[in-house]
Design a protein around this ligand. Sequence first.
Ligand code: IPM
Ligand code: MN
Length: 343
Amino acid sequence: MDTLVRIALLPGDGVGTEVMAEILPCLDWLESRGHRLEIYHLPFGAEHFLETGETLPEAAFEEIRDGFDAILFGAVGDPRIPDGRHAEEILLRLRQGLELTVNCRPCRPLWPGSRPVIDLEVYRENTEGPYCLQGSTEPDRAVDLAIHTEPAVRRLLQAAFHRAGTRGCSLTLAHKANVLKHGHGLWMRIFEELRAANPGIVARGMHADALLCALVQDPTPFGIIAADNYLGDLISDLCAAFVGGLGVAPSLSWAPHLPYRCSVLAEPVHGSAPDIAGRGQANPVGMFLSTALLCRHLGWESEAAALEGAVSLALAEGARTRDLGGTSSTAAMGAAIRAHLPR
Ligand code: IPM
Ligand code: MN
């Protein structure tokens, strides 16, 4: 028997709750395969904020940090809270407070025959850059600070080099060091250092603007793309578009230096999608694939592969939500995927 894994579920807002509902039976399935889970549902999100005025209370944050091993996250964002305050205080607080520096967003074709045949992973720094949320709005100017620190940049780049080495693929660093001399200058310095220390890995830096152009022309040569928080956010959405869009894009964030007990968060990339929320139209694939990434991170490779395989089989037999041009509801799509899980 495995050691007990305590997982905090934060469905959040909008379609986050709908896709989370589809993954719940998979947690029972994981238990039926001998993994010991303890699952807690946490209410934080827009609804809870509007009712109580609290986003993520400090005591709850500390309980997650010290009492859980992992977080399964749905999405945050709600038009009733236009400044996105609760999203900052929940999602960004978790990413930053738990020091989840590395955010991996893989992009692979999901069903046979889909093009282009890419196999790339965006390694996004997940806690810094403009997401440090320091700045000011003055009458005639506005400032957003972007802070980059050596430990976080080094952790992200080390993880990216390690992954490129394991996969035997190339590594491309996206940067704008020609303009962002200080911040991206720091990235370049650490990148060059790690490049010298890893002579077996084909690694190069590219200006982010040129990289985006090259990606749109032909994404197939790229293996790992490393980027700061802001560029990584943009690049990962672009890359998701190559394999079916945001509805199918998974992500996993983790703290390689293990500062706290809770060191990993799985989260689909799609966000709360208020335009389709509550209609049963959301695509649960991103949530399934994010859960697969979490399983792999926990060392449960056969369950990770089974979840990914089940998604591919369901898509191969034609199950499609509306974002993929089909008519399946969220629940039907979830059921079609789960039907392919081995007992
Ligand atoms: C993402 C999202 C978030 C981000 C938002 C919701 C703050 O776009 O996870 O990519 O910008 O990081
Ligand atoms: Mn984003």
